[in-house]
Design a protein around this ligand. Sequence first.
Ligand SMILES: Cc1cc2nc3c(=O)[nH]c(=O)nc-3n(C[C@H](O)[C@H](O)[C@H](O)COP(=O)(O)OP(=O)(O)OC[C@H]3O[C@@H](n4cnc5c(N)ncnc54)[C@H](O)[C@@H]3O)c2cc1C
Ligand code: SF4
Ligand code: SF4
Ligand code: SF4
Length: 433
Amino acid sequence: MVKGGVPFSETIGPDGDAKRTKTFKDLIREVHDPGICGQCGGCVSFCYAGDLVAIEMDANGKPHYINEENCLQCGICFLICPQINILDEEIQQLFNWKPPIGSYKHIVSAKTTNPEIAKVCSDGGVVTSLLVYLLEHKLIDGAIVSVSEGPFGRKPIVATTKEKIISAAGSRFIGKSNIEELGNFTTYSQTMFALRDIKNLDMLKIAVVGTPCQIHTIRKMQYLGVMPAHVVKYTIGLFCYENFSFSVDEVEEVEETLGVKIADIKKINLKEEFIITTKDDKIKNIPLSELEKVARPACFACTDYANDFSDISVGGIGSPDGYSTTIIRNDIGQKIFSSALRNGYLEELDVGEELDRGSGLHITENGVCLSSKARKELILKFARNKRARGLATLEKLRKKSENQPQSGLEKEGEQPVNPAPTPDQKVEQLNIS
Ligand SMILES: Cc1cc2nc3c(=O)[nH]c(=O)nc-3n(C[C@H](O)[C@H](O)[C@H](O)COP(=O)(O)OP(=O)(O)OC[C@H]3O[C@@H](n4cnc5c(N)ncnc54)[C@H](O)[C@@H]3O)c2cc1C
Ligand code: SF4
Ligand code: SF4
Ligand code: SF4
């Protein structure tokens, strides 16, 4: 695909005619203006202008032109943006994707055998145990993980030791929370910046833990040959219904919704509901519908729940407490999961005897839990709901765009590579319920 030099300066349309390559200007029009930029930083991190610096993140974490004249018009930023569907068909074909959760080999519930990981992990510690297994068996030089900076703060790092990998497990927060100093709150981690830094670290084999949008971007980069995606040998994807973000000004309102002071939160988790553990070990479950006002607008336009393009996807939904629901998707995922099991890093839940055919429940040594069929149904339900919500949002944006005047980006008679909506309305102004 990459033609050498400027990779996508000219793209040929299906009829053999030259078509304009979409660039960062088009990202502004199709992603920023409708309010669905997820601020992942992918466009800025992998911009082909490199040291010339054409685009950067502004003080509010949004990408913008800093030197438009340095833009090489290569189109990479447009192609890899997770909010642009231009390469969807190619990626879906490569991964033999089927709705609603992509292709997979098995779904299991599993947990770590390491008590240190069990103490700090979100669910069953499968993600951290797999990474530790990969590192200790020299299958990776490091892993991109995200460390907690408070209950609503995450920072991506490249972890090259077992200790660092374990330090990023879970979503817990120990220590004082100084709300004024924290500025904006978000559960989203800008993993793409850590991937950019890999370029300078001389690493040849890494694993990445990420949300579906992040893994999707990595797959697009691998498809296009954008560096350094070629060093990503293992992708461990988290399930993701949505991420949250809010400003200091919204803290009081959020605390009212949560019924808890942010400074009193020890751990957060997302399964069927948003689960808070307070510092005095009380547990509060909050339905996701009550948190819609602090969900990121980008997430309403997202259709991937179960991280359909990862090697292994992990979530908490459908498993008993202390276990992670694990979708083993491909040969790579199967190989590392089986080997981690064999080498004693993980153990699978023994499904035990069936309790009641109608109820979808089983008895295990952990008590009563969902049968494998009921667990799968639950994942499918969430995946279908999220997909329907994402498609409805995109359709609303498309309809709105039909009424927008021409942007003037195209010269007369010229068609863009990927004719797409040009909405100017903010997604938050839409009724997306
Ligand atoms: C923002 C978010 C939304 C989620 N939504 C759902 C959901 O709707 N339903 C569901 O069943 N599960 C959801 N999960 C997954 C679930 O919370 C657990 O992360 C998952 O079950 C793995 O548990 P574990 O104990 O195996 O992982 P652990 O061993 O605890 O490891 C967790 C790994 O995730 C990484 N991580 C933590 N936060 C982030 C982040 N924001 N971005 C990227 N990486 C991160 C950590 O660095 C660590 O490597 C979500 C997770 C996140 C971070
Ligand atoms: S140089 Fe390429 S990647 Fe950078 S802004 Fe321009 S079109 Fe986007
Ligand atoms: S979603 Fe990411 S890649 Fe797309 S415009 Fe926003 S920051 Fe750039
Ligand atoms: S809901 Fe989608 S866009 Fe939002 S963080 Fe999750 S994967 Fe990314």
